[in-house]
Design a protein around this ligand. Structure first.
Ligand code: GLN
Length: 471
């Protein structure tokens, strides 16, 4: 089993061929089929790519990711391959082009191994909303892996690929990373092109990596980030060298008081936070509690704004342009209605309805406009804090993974996102580091949120924390 790119590279250096490597991963995938992480394995194209990469390696022309085997969340397009957002409504749909991130990975000679199960249209926190069945946590298969990028998290945690891509609109990379003991990064909004990502909420969505090492996450960001003519929201700011970590000098760390006092946070997670704060202080860094009395507004604001964007984004799935069309339908309106009612799952329909409501003529100002105003307040206050501090430290999740079918109330499920939606509302980069193990045997993540486009510093600080506290 090859968990990190360093392990892959050392195997290649000692004579393993790229094809053998891919075969070893295919074997791992087969052995873990019961976890339901992969919706499809791209065996043929992966093997073809392996041979191509081998040839390049033999002639010394291989790119920076030669031999890295990567899985894609099933909402990222790869030309000539199926993509479904884990929804019935995209049944049979095949991508006509590759996402910019996929192009960039391939240019550096990565190998795409398959598409990974997720919550339908990336809506969920447990991966139980997939039209193709839930993903099970590889650390205990009675438990959820988190969501929505559950398949991406499990595939990396169980060594079915070296790294994977997920998308994070409100925590869908960081929360499953926390539940599976992996690294999960949500870059700054606009750091990575969203071209070829099936949109959920366009002003929140970002693509990011899951990995078993911090170095791999940094390298992947370096390859994927940067300007792209196909996405007007992507930044043209130069991309730093992220993977050469430098020890930070004197750090100023902010901790949001309310994240430590919130009653919903598991005791051991709180204790781990306090221990980390002590260790960091002992190294001579400053850690200060700051007040951010908006915690209870985060999740509601997130759901008002993201459902609004989703209701608009998902209107393109009409039974005419893509995928599923109801066989019973007669006429245009009936086609829309039936195809959408039959094609979308319950959670997606719930959100489309909520989003349509908050955008409706009578309620627009009361909900959508208000939500935007709250978002502005959250942004301003976060910026104010990060003008005085290098980083914000908080738990990634209030608890460790929960049992399958345990959380039935959607509102309870939404509260899972209490610490992760912050970074999407404000746009800041945030990373979940596997720095906690609970007495119940399950891992949990510690989250760092950085300054906008401050990924370099975020990685440097992460690297220090991992060395200090052991990952
Ligand atoms: N769990 C959140 C939701 O259900 C986040 C999803 C995501 O980041 N894609 O919306």
């Amino acid at each position: 089993m090859y968990k990190t790119f360093a392990e892959v590279k050392s195997a290649l250096a000692s004579g393993t061929s790229v094809l053998e490597l891919v075969e070893a991963y295919l074997q791992q995938i087969k052995q873990h089929e019961h976890l339901n992480a992969f919706l499809e394995v791209f065996e043929e194209s992966a093997k073809t790519q392996a041979l191509l990469v081998q040839e390049k390696m033999n002639t010394g022309q291989a790119g920076r990711l030669a031999g890295m085997v990567i899985g894609l969340k099933d909402n990222i397009c790869y030309k000539g391959h199926k993509v479904s957002a884990s929804s019935k409504i995209l049944q049979g749909f095949e991508s006509l082009y590759s996402a910019t991130v996929v192009e960039r990975l391939l240019q550096e000679d990565a190998i795409i191994i398959g598409r990974l199960n997720c919550d339908e249209f990336a809506m969920g926190s447990s991966n139980e909303n997939s039209a193709f069945g839930p993903v099970k946590n590889n650390l205990n298969d009675q438990y959820v892996p988190g969501g929505s990028s559950g398949g991406s998290a499990v595939a990396v945690s169980a060594g079915m690929c070296t790294a994977s891509l997920g998308s994070d609109t409100g925590g869908s990379i960081r929360q499953p990373a926390s539940f599976t003991g992996t690294f999960g990064l949500k870059p700054t909004y606009g750091r990575i092109s969203r071209y070829g990502l099936i949109a959920y909420a366009s002003s929140f969505d970002q693509i990011g990596p899951f990995t078993n090492s911090l170095e791999d996450a940094a390298l992947l960001l370096e390859v994927m980030a940067g300007n792209d003519a196909y996405d007007s929201t992507v930044s043209s700011k130069p991309v730093d060298v992220y993977h050469a970590f430098q020890s930070p000098e004197k750090l100023r760390v902010a901790v949001i008081k309310e994240t430590l006092t919130h009653e919903g946070v598991d005791k051991e997670i709180k204790q781990r936070m306090l221990d980390i704060i002590e260790s960091v202080k002992m190294d001579g860094h400053e850690v200060e509690e700051v007040s951010f009395p908006f915690l209870e507004y985060m999740v509601p604001t997130y759901y008002v704004l993201t459902t609004a964007e989703a209701s608009s984004n998902l209107s393109r799935f009409d039974g005419v342009h893509f995928g599923y069309r109801s066989k019973e339908a007669i006429g245009v309106e009936d086609t829309y209605k039936r195809s959408r009612s039959e094609g979308f799952g319950d959670e997606v329909q719930r959100r489309i309805m909520a989003g349509t409501f908050v955008l409706s003529n009578e309620y627009y100002d009361a909900y959508y406009t208000k939500g935007q105003k709250v978002r502005r307040v959250l942004k301003d206050r976060t910026e104010e804090i990060l003008a005085n501090f290098d980083v914000l430290l908080m738990p990634t999740t209030p608890s460790t993974a929960f049992e399958l079918n345990a959380v039935k109330d959607p509102i309870q499920m939404y509260l899972q996102d209490i610490f992760t939606v912050h970074a999407n509302l404000t746009g800041n980069p945030a990373i979940s580091l596997p720095l906690g193990v609970h007495s119940n045997g399950l891992p949990f993540g510690i989250q760092l949120m950085g300054k906008n486009f401050g990924e370099k510093q975020l990685f440097d600080i992460s690297s220090y924390l991992i060395k200090r506290l052991g990952a």
